[in-house]
Design a protein around this ligand. Structure first.
Ligand SMILES: [Zn+2]
Length: 118
């Protein structure tokens, strides 16, 4: 119901906030690899990856552990260039896997919980 009262700017802010959380989560995965190996330039071990991906990718592995998949923001060419995009979650990294749209309700609740507003 409150979606009726939320304007495009509020929805964009929530999407950008969620995107920022995903990006920071991803990069923390890489920081953990450096911390755990004792070498900040160490590559990700192959077993820290998601199915369908060649080699390790600590950022995606941490996204998978936290969000249940890899998050990608997809935009539309017809939309303006500064759009946040639409978030999809992918259960693996195969090129033919269909993503599931992340609901805006989930994102709003996720942000409210992490910001302490609910
Ligand atoms: Zn990465």
């Amino acid at each position: 119901m409150d979606a009726l009262f939320r304007g495009p700017a509020q929805r964009d802010l929530e999407m950008y906030t969620f995107l920022m959380i995903v990006v920071i989560t991803h990069e923390i995965g890489h920081c953990f690899t450096g911390y755990l190996t004792g070498n900040p330039r160490h590559g990700t071990p192959d077993d820290a990856s998601v199915e369908g991906q060649a080699g390790g990718e600590a950022g995606f592995a941490l996204e998978f552990a936290i969000f249940g998949g890899v998050i990608e923001m997809w935009g539309t060419p017809a939309a303006r260039l500064d759009q946040p995009g639409v978030p999809y979650v992918f259960a693996d990294y195969y090129h033919d896997t269909l993503g599931r749209k992340v609901s805006s309700r989930y994102i709003r609740r996720f942000i409210d919980r992490t910001s302490g507003t609910s």
